[in-house]
Design a protein around this ligand. Structure first.
Ligand code: C2O
Ligand code: CU
Length: 431
């Protein structure tokens, strides 16, 4: 903390060399020690300062994905950090407890920088909300799981080539969790909370457990769900998060796996965009004796209450041809303005054959409907990124509280980074 009680973090963007597989080390990028980045953590009500020093040979930015904050602190393409420079955004945390993350966002180069390893978690705590009885010992029974898929070249370098088929960008054949190949976690408590982040460029996962057992989904992008949702699958497209609680007995082993995700695409498109793939993510190895964990509470958080389905639509977004509403990203064009503290209903429709998702900066939104139907339980909490299956309109209620700035835009975009970098992005201001 500094003299005025602000919580101060230091991040250094730089390069590293990591022994990820047998043989030569892999050149990586990241924060602090050159691959991924430290988990930042602070509580609602605190003011944070992050001193980001760029030691790379090119410009970068650091975007606080999922954070409610002023647009000038957002770390989008309008806040570049030149090589050798330090950027020090500061803001007051004011949102429910959630698993957020940070990653670069330079215009046209986000995919490359994230793929090389630049990403980290930002956990927001909310002590005032009263802490539901959830596993909370970081690294013990509350474990970050940053999932990324990579291709390795012969010399163990990350293979950055974009396949000619598929149209979504890089799909890797090797999964890394927290920067580790073939990872396992030693489970020492009856219940373990996994904070899953899909930090991949293009791949959508459908997480499940290898013996088919169910688990409790307790949180999504913007915080805890109203109640735990018992399920055996959770689908995450790039940028999305989920918090799940897995219950185990002594000496058990079970593998967190990604099963073929339902992409809502046609047979051929699904095949070439990862829809057929099964991949092991993380092995859970239970000890012979496990610390007892309290049962999960029946309710976790207040449900978002911004609006209900069936009302007017204020704004439509059509995703197709690597454009949104027929326009590609232009740093000099603001697409629209939204009034501060005004709830708007947005409808997002994927009119493409390709899979896309939709991410909005600066806030969390409420999902009102998917293809006209009420959202399923896993979309019942605050979200900042949502998968948009083909030709199924998704309605969301969006509200920007607090931070108005007529001159600095926030972004909305597809979070498949190849699409984002091709210009499937737009800008709005809050006034
Ligand atoms: Cu996680 Cu605009 O991005
Ligand atoms: Cu897309």
């Amino acid at each position: 903390r500094d003299g005025s009680g602000r919580r101060v973090f230091e991040l250094r963007a730089g390069t590293g060399n990591r022994r990820l597989r047998p043989g030569r080390p892999t050149p990586t990028w990241g924060f602090d020690d050159g691959h991924l980045g430290p988990t930042l953590r602070a509580a609602r009500g605190e003011t944070v300062v992050v001193n980001v020093r760029n030691e790379l040979a090119e410009a970068t930015t650091v975007h606080w994905h999922g954070m409610h904050l002023p647009a000038v602190m957002d770390g989008g393409p309008h806040q570049p950090i030149r090589p050798g420079a330090t950027w020090s955004p500061t803001w007051r945390l004011d949102q429910p407890a959630a698993t957020l993350w940070y990653h670069p966002h330079p215009h046209g180069r986000t995919g490359r920088q994230v793929y090389r390893g630049m990403a980290g978690l930002f956990i927001v705590d909310d002590p005032a909300a009263g802490s539901p009885d959830l596993p909370g010992r970081y690294g013990v029974d509350d474990v970050p799981v940053i999932v990324q898929d990579k291709n390795f070249g012969d010399d163990n370098r990350f293979d950055e080539s974009t396949p000619l088929i598929g149209g979504v960008g890089i799909l890797g054949d090797t999964l890394l969790v927290n920067g580790t190949v073939a990872p396992y976690h030693d489970v020492t408590a009856e219940r373990t909370r996994l904070r899953l982040l899909n930090a991949s460029n293009a791949r959508t996962y459908a997480f499940g457990l290898s013996d088919g057992r169910s688990f409790a989904l307790i949180g999504t992008d913007g915080g805890l769900l109203p109640a735990p949702h018992l399920t055996d699958r959770v689908r995450l497209s790039p940028g999305e998060r989920a918090e799940i609680v897995v219950t185990m007995r002594p000496d058990e082993r079970v593998v967190l796996r990604s099963y073929p995700p339902d992409l809502g695409a046609d047979f051929w498109t699904s095949r070439v965009t990862g829809g057929d793939d099964t991949m092991d993510v993380l092995e859970l190895r239970a000890a012979g004796g496990l610390t007892p964990s309290p049962a999960l509470p029946g309710t976790l958080a207040e449900a978002p209450g911004l609006g209900s389905a069936g009302g007017r639509v204020d704004r439509g977004f059509e995703l197709s041809g690597f454009e949104i509403n027929g326009r590609a990203m232009d740093m000099g064009r603001i697409d629209f303005g939204v009034g501060r503290d005004t709830t708007e209903i947005w409808e997002v429709t994927n009119l493409d054959v390709l899979p896309h998702n939709f991410h909005v900066h600066g806030t969390q939104f409420q999902v009102l409907s998917v293809n006209g139907a009420a959202p399923p339980p896993e979309l019942g909490g605050w979200k900042d990124t949502i998968y948009t299956p083909r030709e199924k309109p998704v309605r969301i209620a969006v509200r920007f509280g607090g931070h108005a700035d007529p001159d600095t835009p926030y972004m909305f975009h597809c979070h498949l980074l190849f699409h984002e970098d091709l210009g499937m992005m737009g800008q709005f201001v809050v006034t």
